[in-house]
Design a protein around this ligand. Sequence first.
Ligand code: EPZ
Length: 422
Amino acid sequence: MDKFVIEGGHRLRGTVAVAGSKNAVLALIPATLLAPGIHRIRHTPNLRDVWTMSRLMATLGAHVELDSSGELFVDTRAIEHFEAPYEHVKRMRASIYVLGPLLARFGRARVSLPGGCAFGPRPVDLHLKGMEKLGAHITIEHGYIDARTDRLRGAPIHLDVPSVGATVNILYAAALADGETVITNAAMEPEVTALARVLVAMGARIDGIGTSTLRIEGVRELQPLPWVENIPDRIEAATFLIAAAMTRGSIRLTCVNPYHLGTVLDKLEEIGCILDIDGSTVELRCNGELRPSNVTTAPYPGFPTDVQAQWAALMLTAGGSSRVTDTIYPTRFGYVPELRRLGADIEVIENTAIINGQARLEGATVMSSDLRASASLVLAGLVADGRTDVLRIYHLDRGYERLEERLRRLGAAIERVPTDEF
Ligand code: EPZ
């Protein structure tokens, strides 16, 4: 077990290259099940969640290897099983992404129901309704989703909520179904768009990519691609920009897609950061007072729920009173009691965190509860007086590659230390 030991008070300055998107690659890897063959995915981040997905794919019969350059090799010619066991799904909800591809390839899938997580029940009803609309017969027994179909048939599917995961699973299945599927109120996150574009490159017929209405004309088979390029991780990019702003430093991010960061960049400018955007490079400078802000999360292109914890930490360093409201995960505030241990003046009322940015933060030991909460605690430790220990950083390693090394290169005083503290 590791922890981070952070000494606060150091300005971040320098350049960092943003890694490949965790949430995009977790959708691209199961897509390889749709086309037996050898696939390569470049710009794959070296993360715990990628290892979990790779182990799940190996359980199904795939051969998966990630090389030192970030190229993921996936051979799906010998897929013999269609069961995603609980041991993988309990570690990562995105394991449910094998449901659609296995149904499309075998007409059969047995996938453990994902449990909840630290910030909510995380239902999968929209995934299952989507599969049923496409002709799958689904039963739930002993904690497993058992799905069968003689043949998937296209259908109109309306999502009550623009669910990223449900849109992803329906895209996989519809790509190889008979006839046309139209998804209305589909998620428009860049990770969904990235998957749709790769499926088209594999031979799928999809219109409306990037919009909330996706029209898929099923085809008989898809072809493996010699290689695909993963998109940059917009959540990691936002986290680094916020870290620089909190420490009143400056940062130059490379390998970014600024269009994926729209609302976050607008908010950073609104509170007083100076941004310079040039192609795939975003520079931020912040050397004065930051203004308070009110942020409400929303499906893309709204403010990302995956950035709300980091934004709340940033608001601790701004003047005045700020509010952060999460409309997607109303209880995603596990980081708040931990920030209060650092002396933060922050409270949660219903699905809103109210932050008074006047308080000085003092180093303490704090505990991560989930991926983005742990990022929030690390950011707060960068500005707290003295030493902050962040425990359970295995949460952080799910979604940030060698974060301590990259923050250290920017001037942070942060070390990864083995610990038996849990
Ligand atoms: C994806 O999760 C991301 N994960 C999450 O990022 C992200 O927070 C989330 O989208 C929202 O943007 C990956 O891409 C691997 P949803 P997902 O289905 O697909 C409700 C991170 O930190 N819902 O879009 O599980 C749900 O309760 C992770 O990287 C249903 O009601 O999210 C939520 O309120 C955390 N029924 C809303 O939809 C369903 O069947 C959005 O969830 C599915 C979802």
